[in-house]
Design a protein around this ligand. Structure first.
Ligand code: AMP
Ligand code: ZN
Length: 494
């Protein structure tokens, strides 16, 4: 169903600094790229928050009937310490410390990443490309950028010429930084002397003899710069110009600024129409970050095994907690916040569990259509999940009022209400119902057979042997044997 034809989405676009009307390049289709993790350690909840925000966006766009190609990469090469152009490769460093191969590091933490995403009920992206799988594409891009005059080769390394680029383009278009300010604020670092200017960034680095992750290229045995992989992989799968590019706020500069520069220099086009940046998760008022060690890993929060929180929380409660604030707000991970979310989540699920038991009336006193519109309007307004959730709680209020008989709902409205409620809770927010009070298949069968056993006993007590035999025989025909014993009647199935 093409619901999107009836919705007007606005997206806060870092490029324009405004909420822009969203219009895909090709009607009905959306290309979305999100920078994935660097797989050198376990993901922390900050990483999870960013990916979760884009998971909900992906889910909503799909729900509206768009054909979304969602590409989220795995960074398994080229990302150096401190996100800089000098220093050790993050993956190689971990490999050295753990005395394993870099690709063992990559495998271990890619598996961990996928496990965590499954635990939190993420939808898999459409394509999950790796940097090491796209070295050839990156080399080809560098050749084009050199040919177009925006990069230079020094001692086997290739650098992007930011100053030259800025003469005809705007380096800073995304981050709103000015090159003059950058020049003013940059100190020359050791080892950067190959560069014409300290603002230039590496497209290709010649590998030191000890650098294990290396590939042949026209310039040296080496490895690609970190920013290049995302340009290579996004455009390979989504085209030179696509709809949405996302990532955490910390990637805006230099990573995304450099992506724009690379694309513009190679293809003469700005790559992306809508740049989206998710805000940071904090712990104790400070950004959660691998480098400072201020982190909580998902496993620690799920098990309750950590120094910060009073108890364990389920994946759905954590998902609900994240969705209760806008992806553009800073979110502080606190015990009080999680406890409040747990209560809210339970209340929501109690509502969900009542949906099938609601009695209908001839007419509705509630305006379900306008409630439904408010749910969609919230998501259309830059994916405002907290407002969407507030509307779901309004829906929980309706459920209670219908039960108490103070409001009424018609058959048709109940159908709309249920469909919308379930779509938002499960398909869009991606929650699971930890509170289902429906028994498992075995429990259900057992409950039903116990009732028949009781009815048979009553029939016997009333000397209605025809009925008691009928119950036994018909159950036997259905494959359920009743066994009369000293302790009473039990049953078995074949
Ligand atoms: P990394 O593996 O460090 O490249 O990070 C993967 C993703 O997580 C990037 O989009 C980062 O912006 C994001 N990220 C890192 N730290 C946080 C945080 N504290 N809160 C939210 N997102 C984060
Ligand atoms: Zn990236």
């Amino acid at each position: 169903m093409e619901l999107y034809k009836h919705q007007n989405i606005k997206i806060y676009n870092t490029l324009t600094g405004e909420k822009d009307n969203f219009k895909p390049i090709t009607e009905g289709y959306i290309g979305m790229y999100v920078c994935g993790p660097t797989v050198y350690s376990n993901v922390h909840l900050g990483n999870v928050r960013t990916f979760m925000s884009f998971d909900v966006i992906f889910r909503y766009l799909k729900h509206l009937g768009y054909k979304v190609r969602y590409v989220r990469n795995i960074t398994d090469a080229g990302h150096l310490e401190n996100d800089a152009d000098v220093g050790e490769d993050k993956i190689t460093k971990k490999a050295r410390l753990e005395e394993i191969e870099p690709m063992e590091v990559v495998q271990r933490y890619t598996v961990d990443f996928h496990n965590i995403l499954n635990t939190f009920n993420f939808l898999p992206p459409s394509i999950e490309p790796t940097a090491t799988g796209h070295i050839i594409e990156q080399i080809e891009l560098i050749k084009t950028i050199i040919d177009n005059g925006f990069a230079y080769v020094v001692n086997g390394s290739v650098y992007f010429d930011v100053h030259k680029y800025n003469k005809t383009n705007n380096y800073g278009i995304l981050s709103k930084r000015k090159l003059e300010d950058l020049i003013h604020n940059t100190r020359e670092l050791d080892g950067q002397s190959d560069k014409k200017n300290p603002q230039d960034f590496a497209l290709w680095k010649k590998a030191e003899p000890t650098h294990i992750m290396r590939w042949p290229s026209p310039w040296s045995d080496g490895f690609p710069g970190w920013h290049l992989e995302c340009t290579a992989m996004s455009t390979k799968y989504l085209g030179d110009h696509f709809d949405i590019h996302g990532g955490g706020m910390d990637l805006k500069f230099p990573h995304h600024e450099c992506e724009i520069a690379q694309n513009q220099a190679a293809k003469g086009k700005t790559p992306v129409n809508y740049w989206m940046h998710a805000n940071m998760l904090e712990l104790n008022g400070q950004r959660m970050s691998k480098s400072t060690g201020n982190t909580v890993n998902p496993d620690e929060l799920l098990s309750g095994n950590n120094a910060f929180f009073s108890k364990a929380y389920t994946p759905s409660v954590i998902r609900f907690f994240v969705a209760q604030s806008s992806y553009r707000s800073i979110l502080d991970l606190t015990d009080d916040g999680l406890l409040a979310s747990e209560k809210g989540y339970n209340r929501l699920m109690e509502g969900v569990n009542q949906l099938d038991n609601l009695k209908t009336s001839k007419t509705s006193s509630l305006d379900i259509d306008s409630w439904k519109q408010k749910c969609y309007a919230a998501m259309n307004d830059d994916f405002n999940t907290p407002i969407a959730i507030a509307n779901l709680f309004e829906g929980v209020k309706y459920i209670n009022q219908i039960k108490e008989g103070t409001e009424t709902i018609s058959d048709k409205d109940l159908e709309t209400f249920k469909t919308t409620f379930n779509a938002f809770v499960f398909d869009i927010l991606g929650l699971k119902n930890d509170k289902t009070n429906t028994a498992s298949g075995t429990d259900k069968l057992s409950g039903a057979v116990q009732l028949l056993i009781k009815l048979r006993q009553e029939a016997r007590a009333n000397k209605d042997f025809a009925l008691s035999d009928q119950i036994r025989d018909e159950l036997a025909e259905a494959g359920i044997q009743l066994n009369d014993g000293r302790e009473g009647t039990t049953f078995s199935t074949n």
